[in-house]
Write a protein that binds this ligand. Structure first.
Ligand SMILES: O=P(O)(O)OC[C@@]1(O)O[C@H](CO)[C@@H](O)[C@@H]1O
Length: 308
């Protein structure tokens, strides 16, 4: 089974506007809401592709109830620890193809709520399961939480993937997780500088993998696809040029499809191909609707996976 963990979920609210003018009223043409947060996005993509996962999340208040309702409607299985504090609403201003993404800090989480989440994972996780730890941490959650969860999950024999940033990522990789899915900014912070060429990027991937003992690094590069280092081999994933509707969640879609295929025992190349197709399919879909299975199937033939 695949479990995703979202410690700072959100409702992604898109406000479609024609103009953003200083000191003037901005008339919103359309509003669209989606249940989100990186782990929830991963579970929604797995569900859309016909796979199985449980989204473990800390949800709260009216927004938390809305998210639960939306997940129920989509048929996404979740295990939530429910609090009275409002889950955040992340606002995305969409002006044509331009997005302004406002990410909120999230509510204060108590030690007791943190313990309940850990107990939920402890109750559900079995040997051979995949655990995907995704996103930022709500206020009050200690930055070593991913490190702690990773340690006990690995002791239990689960595979752990980490997709975060800043201190939670820097501490979490010390476990180390089996895999990480950084973008170029996050990866550069791990490496210590921005790689200046493609050659340096390849060397950097190997260096980071060896330094921290991370077996799978899935570096997503937006329209340039991905560069991945898995089981001591480098892979380039090239994606087709597609019309961009919203790139929000493209990285989550990559990780979702990859983990779904790996958990099902599929070869690395196949998992990377579907991952590339899922991220492209998300880019052509508006809002945080994420991908549609039919688009993923259609785009598969246009994704190239090359072992370097
Ligand atoms: O603030 P975090 O937890 O880092 O990321 C939250 C978020 O930006 O990530 C998803 C896209 O990856 C969005 O659905 C959501 O709004």
């Amino acid at each position: 089974m695949i479990f995703t963990l979202t410690l700072n979920p959100c409702l992604d609210r898109y406000l479609y506007i024609d103009d953003l003018i200083e000191d003037d009223t901005v008339r919103v043409k359309k509003v669209s809401d989606y249940p989100a947060g990186k782990g929830i996005d991963v579970s929604r993509v797995i569900n859309e592709l016909g796979g199985h996962s449980v989204a473990i999340a800390l949800l709260g208040g009216h927004t938390g109830q809305i998210i639960q309702k939306m997940l129920n409607e989509e048929g996404v299985v979740y295990a939530s620890v429910f609090t009275h504090k409002e889950t955040r609403v992340n606002t995305i201003l969409q002006k044509g193809n331009t997005q302004y993404r406002m990410s909120l800090p999230g509510p204060e989480v108590s030690d007791e709520e943190e313990r309940k989440i850990i107990k939920t994972i402890d109750t559900l996780l079995r040997q051979g399961d995949f655990l995907i730890l995704s996103g930022s941490l709500a206020k009050g959650i200690k930055s070593s939480i991913y490190l702690e969860i990773c340690k006990f999950a690995k002791k239990r024999g689960a595979k752990v993937y980490l997709d975060s940033d800043g201190k939670p990522l820097m501490l979490g990789i010390k476990c180390p997780p089996d895999g990480i899915k950084p973008n170029l900014h996050e990866f550069s912070r791990l490496y210590g500088k921005v790689p200046e060429s493609h050659e340096e990027l390849k060397d950097a991937l190997i260096e980071v993998s060896k330094k921290y003992g991370i077996n799978e690094i899935l570096l997503t590069l937006g329209k340039d696809g991905a560069l991945c280092y898995v089981d001591n081999s480098l892979y380039r994933v090239s994606v087709p040029e597609v019309p961009v509707k919203s790139a929000v969640g493209a990285g989550d879609s990559f990780l979702a499809a990859y983990c779904m295929y790996r958990e099902a025992g599929k070869p690395i190349e196949e998992a990377l191909r579907v991952a590339g197709a899922a991220s492209s399919a998300t880019v052509i879909t508006p809002g945080t609707e994420l991908c549609h299975k039919k688009d993923v199937e259609k785009l598969m033939k246009d994704v190239q996976v090359e072992r370097l």
